[in-house]
Design a protein around this ligand. Structure first.
Ligand SMILES: [Fe+2]
Ligand SMILES: [Fe+2]
Length: 266
């Protein structure tokens, strides 16, 4: 018996998106249906489908060299792949956490749409800078970590309150760097993505609070599955204004700012 959800449902659409091996499908999935499974079964997909264009390697090269168009295209390619993994993992979570409120899963579905739009923005930038999807190797880092979340609280801690929050910090720093080398258009893409991710972080704040009963630094930290730590969940400097707009409590931001790995103790 196949684990594939019933044809014509949102669940099947999410399943097909994660497992597709077509780059076109990953970039431009069909509109999701209106119908949800009446009795969805929690299903954890082990690994995504990978289009032949993408060369997946265990370690990606470090980002450097924003001065050349090729260097900037390589960075955009890395961000493109982050967005792809984010889109896939939102679809993955919709299936893995089938027993959560429909409203939560509807939010995940909307975010798949946002992340694919971000992918298309980066794809256009890669093209403008004279490169193509697949010209650089990619690493499925998010996929190596996020499915380790057994509970939905952990998933929200890692995505909305972790990686997407860090992206608020990173996108602002990257926009400044891209402007400093004169690439206003690439900088603007960072501005737009950074602005739109505020809503995703707000989604994380709202649902972490709902699932965990509260949002404070320690409950968030405890929800991160090993070996993930707050270190990877922030950029420098922290975008305090954006994080506050997304609803992160000021004390949470203070503790995140202060946190160092040594504080973990013996
Ligand atoms: Fe995104
Ligand atoms: Fe996002």
């Amino acid at each position: 018996m196949s684990l594939a959800p019933e044809a014509g449902t949102v669940e099947r659409w999410a399943w097909d998106y994660v497992l597709s091996t077509s780059l076109e499908h990953k970039l431009n999935p069909p509109s999701p249906p209106d119908v949800w499974s009446a009795e969805p079964v929690a299903t954890r997909i082990a690994a995504p489908g990978r289009p032949p264009e993408l060369r997946v390697v265990p370690r990606a090269e470090k980002l450097r060299g924003f001065r050349s168009p090729r260097g900037r295209a390589r960075a955009m390619h890395t961000f493109f792949h982050h967005e792809l993994q984010a889109a896939e993992l939102m679809a993955w979570a919709l299936l893995a956490f089938a027993d959560t409120p429909r409203e939560f899963r509807e939010g995940l579905l909307r975010m798949v749409g946002d992340e694919t739009r971000h992918m298309r923005m980066y794809a256009a930038e890669i093209d403008r800078l004279g490169q193509r999807i697949g010209d650089f190797a990619v690493r499925d880092w998010f996929w190596q970590r996020v499915p380790g979340c057994r509970e939905v609280t952990s998933f929200v801690a890692v995505m909305g309150l972790g990686l997407e929050s860090a992206n608020l910090d990173h996108s602002a720093a990257l926009a400044r760097e891209l402007r400093s080398v004169g690439d206003e258009q690439a900088a603007r893409v960072q501005d737009v993505v950074g602005l739109e991710e505020i809503a995703h972080v707000r989604f994380g704040v709202r649902w972490f609070t709902a699932f965990a009963g509260r949002l404070d630094f320690d409950s968030w930290r405890r929800a991160l599955p090993a070996p993930l730590s707050p270190l990877l969940m922030r950029g420098r400097p922290l975008r305090r204004d954006a994080r506050e707009r997304a609803g992160q409590p000021p004390e949470f931001i203070d503790e995140l700012e202060r946190w160092t790995p040594e504080e973990r103790g013996p």
